[in-house]
Design a protein around this ligand. Structure first.
Ligand SMILES: Nc1ncnc2c1ncn2[C@@H]1O[C@H](COP(=O)(O)OP(=O)(O)OP(=O)(O)O)[C@@H](O)[C@H]1O
Length: 252
């Protein structure tokens, strides 16, 4: 289990209109094994922050550490799951999970088998992505991200393209992975319910340039029921914070 420390000062992009600031100073300490969800208005800089944590973006002022080690590039310690599964269509499920590692290696073989079981895809090892549903494909993507035993799993709207039922199943599957692997997880979402279903703490971001508006602890036992009063109280707290930003309108 690994701790993540964020001490960001400034992040901007250069466009034809000049420099556009995307992130303001952000300080965040994520505890080993914690599940943190990040929610905020569209375009505020959530993906940018996640890419910085992944070492995919190093053009910023400030620092990010995983277990005291500065993140300067992508590495095995940060697993990443994108909104779209990004599976290779010419590879089977197990080949996709192994990615560029050889399934002939008994250690890799054993790990791939274990992960296929963990994400409940036994029986589909030899299937090609075109035979899989969106939810199954995303399970493969999660297994692939776990292959190298990352210290932290970063997930950028991983269920954003799925229908609500599949989405709820995948949330349960992800919680199971989190509980069994005891891994630190940071997940970006637009979905308030998803944030509450999953997180130990919810980070609410302001509109761009993003800073942390509020951090809401969720001290509810798992699995969480959306109809529970305590669940709805936290949900309303988030909605209120977002509507204070003018993000939610009466129509929504
Ligand atoms: N490579 C880039 N070059 C220039 N601008 C960028 C680049 N990547 C992102 N941006 C801009 O930075 C801002 C933040 O983008 P980002 O994708 O991090 O937001 P987000 O909160 O994840 O958005 P969404 O919720 O819609 O996915 C946006 O205005 C976006 O247009």
């Amino acid at each position: 289990m690994s701790a993540v420390t964020v001490e960001l000062e400034h992040k901007s992009f250069h466009s034809e209109h000049g420099e556009v600031q995307v992130l303001r100073p952000i300080q965040l300490q994520i505890h080993p094994g914690e599940f943190v969800t990040i929610i905020g208005p569209s375009g505020c800089g959530k993906s940018t922050l996640l890419k910085i944590l992944a070492g995919l973006d190093t053009e910023y002022r400030g620092s990010v550490w995983i277990d005291g080690q500065k993140v300067v590039r992508p590495g095995v310690q940060q697993g990443f799951v994108f909104q779209e599964h990004r599976l290779f269509p010419w590879m089977t499920v197990e080949q996709n999970i192994a990615a560029n590692l050889s399934l002939r290696d008994p250690q890799i073989r054993a790990k791939v088998d274990q992960l296929t079981e963990l994400v409940r895809l036994k029986g589909f090892e030899r299937a090609y992505p075109k035979r899989l549903s969106g939810g199954m494909s995303q399970r493969v993507a999660i297994a692939r991200a776990l292959l190298r035993d990352p210290k932290v799993l970063l997930l950028d709207e991983p269920f954003g393209a799925l229908d609500p039922f599949t989405r709820a199943h995948l949330q349960t599957a992800l919680l199971e992975v989190w509980m069994r692997k005891k891994i630190t997880m940071i997940l970006v979402t637009h979905d308030v319910d998803e944030a509450v279903v999953l997180a130990n703490r919810i980070v609410i971001m302001t509109p761009k340039p993003a800073a942390i508006q509020a951090v809401i602890p969720v001290d509810l036992p798992y699995p969480r029921q959306r109809v529970d009063g305590a669940f709805q109280e936290i949900r309303n707290q988030i909605l209120r914070a977002l509507s204070d930003q003018g993000v939610w309108t009466a129509a929504e």
